[in-house]
Design a protein around this ligand. Structure first.
Ligand code: AMP
Ligand code: ZN
Length: 136
């Protein structure tokens, strides 16, 4: 299913042009218009799913396999030194386009980018409590 007012639905299905670096029946991979680094790309499923919670398991699995293939290809072709795969869900997590996508971000020595968080310092007890919250 496509969503009428969704820009990534339109791009994924070819209604809006994009710099496409890969396409198959289910996915299109495009260059990001506001790249973190040279070669920053986005994996877009052609069907509309808002986020990780909505995407079917099989599509998620295929997206991850495609991410591996594209990361390998981009790294080889652009001589990257490393790679980040980023996937944001909901506004609080930095999602700005509400159509599931995976960021493929090649990294280069000295690229000056910082895809990071401030590490907390939980006690063992706090970690144990969180473990219990998730697993019980
Ligand atoms: P997110 O913040 O995870 O939702 O990421 C949205 C990404 O989509 C950003 O990195 C934008 O630069 C990128 N973006 C937004 N509109 C377009 C577009 N029309 N074509 C390519 N990339 C886009
Ligand atoms: Zn969409």
């Amino acid at each position: 299913m496509r969503k009428d007012d969704c820009i990534f639905c339109k791009i994924a299905n070819g209604e809006i042009p994009s710099k496409t670096i890969y396409e198959d029946e289910e996915f299109r991979v495009i260059l990001d218009l506001g790249p973190a680094t040279k070669g920053h790309a986005l994996i877009l499923p052609k069907e509309h799913f808002q986020n990780i919670y909505e995407i079917p398991q099989e599509t998620a699995a295929k997206a991850m396999i495609l991410a591996k293939k594209m990361a390998t290809l981009i790294t080889e072709k652009l001589h990257a030194d490393g790679f980040n795969i980023v996937q944001n869900n909901n506004e609080v997590a930095g999602q700005t386009v509400f159509h599931f996508h995976m960021h493929l971000i090649p990294r280069y020595e000295g690229d000056g980018q910082n895809i990071n968080w401030i590490p907390g310092e939980p006690t063992q007890e706090e970690l144990e409590k969180i473990k219990d919250e998730i697993t019980k």
